[in-house]
Write a protein that binds this ligand. Structure first.
Ligand SMILES: NC(=O)c1ccc[n+]([C@@H]2O[C@H](COP(=O)([O-])OP(=O)(O)OC[C@H]3O[C@@H](n4cnc5c(N)ncnc54)[C@H](OP(=O)(O)O)[C@@H]3O)[C@@H](O)[C@H]2O)c1
Length: 309
């Protein structure tokens, strides 16, 4: 497994991170038992993944805690998140949530503590009211680094992350980016690289890139919306499938090799998919010609996350 330094945190992280949320929630949404979900995480760790992302809101923190048991705590970078949506987060509720997350995870420190799904209208208040509480938790040794994740489906223009980069308070950002929607390249990554902010990608595969039939439906919709030129997609996705093991393989590698990206989160509740995804992260880069074509085809797309048409 390739590793990199997660920006200003200085942490050495695997390029693939396991996500315990998303549509599959490591199998919680697809009928796995808690033990089977923990086994998926353990398998990923045994194969060299040292980064796991969860959240209070996913209900998967205890499973991550289970998978960490018996392992050197310092060998895994644990990221969790506190939702700021549909509830008023206060200093008191944040402190209580953080203590509960520590208990759920069975650890006395969290490597990355993120505010979850932050929307632009909430961001200023979170900086004034909540950021100081995070700093206090850092001083207490409960958390090491602080970050934000965006609400990609409501904030397709990455407005909140652009506000955050202006403030330059945050060590890590979780960003929606994929082969279809590449808008974060200019709107987030360029500035994040200048500030050495750690970047994690979510939505690398999602629905659109999990199967060629889904992709065809998304592409047809984008053609209809005038965001893709029909002349650009003559042999798409055939040319890509001819060079890769599968569409998810292409999708993860496309994100992994994007300049400025440190970690690509992969969410699955399927053991075969997990092995396939681990194999993708061991593959070489897509050729520059292929990357350039993918950039060209989707250059105007800004209306989808890849989850729903
Ligand atoms: N706002 C936020 O903070 C936020 C939002 C979303 C996600 N996240 C984080 O990011 C992580 C990754 O999220 P994501 O959902 O965007 O992940 P993703 O890896 O892009 O997509 C996951 C979807 O792809 C499918 N999939 C994965 N590998 C596959 C394969 N080899 N073949 C076919 N289908 C495959 C999964 O289904 P199967 O289970 O069938 O494999 C699942 O439906 C989450 O777990 C979570 O930690 C954060």
């Amino acid at each position: 497994m390739q590793t990199t330094i997660l920006g200003r945190t200085g942490l050495t992280v695997s390029r693939m991170g396991v996500g315990a949320g998303g549509p599959s929630q490591i199998g919680r949404k697809t009928g796995l038992s808690e033990n089977e979900s923990a086994d998926l995480l353990r398998h990923a760790f045994d194969q060299g993944v040292n980064f796991v992302d969860t959240a209070e809101g996913y209900g998967t923190e205890p499973i991550v805690g289970q998978a960490l048991q018996g392992r050197d705590r310092s060998s895994i970078i644990v990221s969790t998140k506190k939702s700021t949506r549909r509830q008023e987060v206060t200093a008191q509720t944040l402190q209580a949530s953080l203590d509960q997350s520590l208990q759920n995870l069975g650890t006395d420190y969290i490597d990355l503590y993120n505010l979850h799904g932050v929307v632009p209208q909430d961001y200023p208040r979170l900086v004034t009211d909540i950021y100081p509480i995070l700093q206090k938790a850092q001083d207490q040794g409960k958390i090491r680094f602080v970050g934000l994740s965006e609400m990609f489906n409501e904030d397709l223009g990455h407005t909140m992350l652009q506000m955050a980069l202006t403030d330059d308070l945050w060590d890590v950002l979780m960003v929606g980016f994929n082969l279809l929607n590449q808008t974060a390249r200019e709107k987030v990554f360029a500035q994040a690289m200048e500030q050495n902010v750690g970047i994690q990608i979510m939505f690398a595969v999602r629905k659109a890139l999990s199967h060629p039939d889904n992709l065809r439906a998304f592409v047809a919709d984008l053609v209809q919306k005038g965001q893709i030129a029909p002349a650009d997609i003559d042999d798409f996705p055939a040319f890509l499938l001819a060079q890769t093991d599968s569409l998810p393989d292409a999708a993860y590698r496309f994100c992994r090799d994007e300049p400025g990206v440190h970690i690509v989160l992969s969410g699955t509740g399927n053991a075969e998919h997990l092995d396939a995804n681990l194999a993708s992260f061991a593959q070489l880069s897509l050729s520059q010609e292929t990357r350039d074509r993918l950039k060209h085809i989707f250059r105007r797309v800004d209306s989808t996350t890849g989850q729903s048409i």
